[in-house]
Unconditional design. Structure first.
Length: 221
């Protein structure tokens, strides 16, 4: 906190107006900080600025009290009546830390953040449902198309397929298609099979997948 003073009434010449003396006390938050304060003496002349700085002022109940008190010292009628009263030019205040937010002001922020998070979760939920539904529909249509091919296929477990292809050994790789690699496999009874390993990076559609399976199933190995 800074208090700015300047004596602009009492003159510094040798006239009658230079005989006045302005002396008063300064209280901050009911505490006496400067006693018998004389602006002209502190500024070493009239029409000169003097700044009094006070740090670490505690604000209580959101109130800062600055009080100037005349204790009976100084002149009372020279150069004019009432000149002895306190005089201040400016007050400058600066907080050393951000002021605390009022609890009420936090409510819209908290509510806004909660609503925003809920909306975001809802968006992700809708996107997830749409993706799952699209994936499910795609899988259903693919299975339906495969059944329509009337393929003469057997049922093999994934363990049997891994054993037949020696865990998809690159030595058994015999080709590459739009949906992934094709491996040669040998079953326990000596039957030679072709195994299509689907790739998750494939961008082909259901029709291309069905056509490729139909073409592979029609080959004689």
């Amino acid at each position: 906190m800074e208090l700015h003073f300047s004596e602009i009434i009492i003159r510094g010449n040798r006239s009658f107006y230079s005989l006045g003396r302005r002396i008063f006390d300064i209280y901050i938050q009911e505490k006496l900080v400067w006693k018998d304060f004389d602006i002209e003496k502190e500024a070493q002349g009239v029409d000169k600025e003097v700044i009094k700085e006070l740090k670490a002022v505690e604000v209580k109940n959101k109130t800062l009290e600055i009080r100037f008190h005349w204790s009976g010292k100084g002149t009372t009628a020279s150069p004019t009546r009432g000149t002895y009263g306190p005089l201040i030019s400016a007050i400058s205040l600066e907080s050393e830390f951000p002021p605390p937010r009022d609890k009420k002001s936090k409510v819209p922020i908290v509510v806004g953040a909660s609503v925003g998070a809920s909306v975001l979760c809802l968006i992700f939920l809708i996107l997830g449902i749409l993706w799952w539904k699209g994936s499910l529909d795609s899988k259903t249509s693919r299975e339906k198309a495969l059944r329509e091919l009337d393929l003469q296929t057997g049922f093999f477990t994934f363990r049997q397929i891994k054993a037949a292809t020696n865990n998809f050994d690159l030595k058994n790789k015999i080709g590459e298609g739009g949906f992934g690699s094709v491996y040669k496999g040998i079953l326990l009874d000596g039957t030679i099979i072709a195994v299509k390993q689907l790739s998750s990076k494939s961008k082909q559609g259901n029709r291309e997948f069905v056509n490729e399976i139909g073409m592979i199933s029609g080959l004689q190995h």
